[in-house]
Design a protein around this ligand. Sequence first.
Ligand SMILES: Nc1ncnc2c1ncn2[C@@H]1O[C@H](COP(=O)(O)OP(=O)(O)OP(=O)(O)O)[C@@H](O)[C@H]1O
Ligand SMILES: [Mg+2]
Length: 215
Amino acid sequence: MGKLITFEGIEGSGKSTQIKLVAEYLSRKNVELVVTQEPSGTDIGRKIGSILFNRGHGHLCAEAEMFLFCAARAQHVREIIMPALEQNKVVLCDRFSDATYAYQGFGRGLNQEFIRLMNDYSAMLLKPDLTLLFDLPVEIGLERATARNNKLKEPAATDRFERENMDFHRRIREGYLDILKREPQRFRLIDAGRDVEAIQKEVRRCIGDFINLCD
Ligand SMILES: Nc1ncnc2c1ncn2[C@@H]1O[C@H](COP(=O)(O)OP(=O)(O)OP(=O)(O)O)[C@@H](O)[C@H]1O
Ligand SMILES: [Mg+2]
């Protein structure tokens, strides 16, 4: 079996930036790789994502939100992740089950035991082998996300989650740190407040060590 490595953290913490850079690095090292993301790692997931992120869907209830993320994950695991792991590939995944705990559990207040069951069922009991948690103050993360959206000349791209209040995002951050405390061996805590290069160096080291990559 290959290895599932997930990237987690609040909005704007640099997950997508870092996953792209480390994927380029690992490809140069001839590591057999699949890079993917939740919920939009499949066609079905992209359609589900368009419901989840639509700013007009402020009335989407927390339970429906959780089931939609789990539906996208069920499809993603079966269509993309499991087949890649069976081919001994390294799968780099931008968000996974921990995001459901953090956002729908800690953020929305849904029952964590129920989320665990739904996560396990949708992910076929698959757990990440390694999770990098990008941690930084929510104010900085949201500032970066807003600047990114503005740079894309799509300020309107601010999605349903980015529009939530600071307390919601603080609960997500605390939620992630809580999961890390429960499973310290699976996680690497990355200080995401530093510059891109410093973080990338640490990301390469964490993943390189984990998959026994030679320099
Ligand atoms: N270490 C950094 N320092 C300053 N800016 C950064 C850093 N890392 C990423 N950025 C910038 O911050 C913005 C958000 O980064 P990115 O999109 O990678 O975050 P993300 O965690 O994937 O966010 P989201 O949860 O919204 O998908 C981007 O414009 C990116 O260029
Ligand atoms: Mg991203």
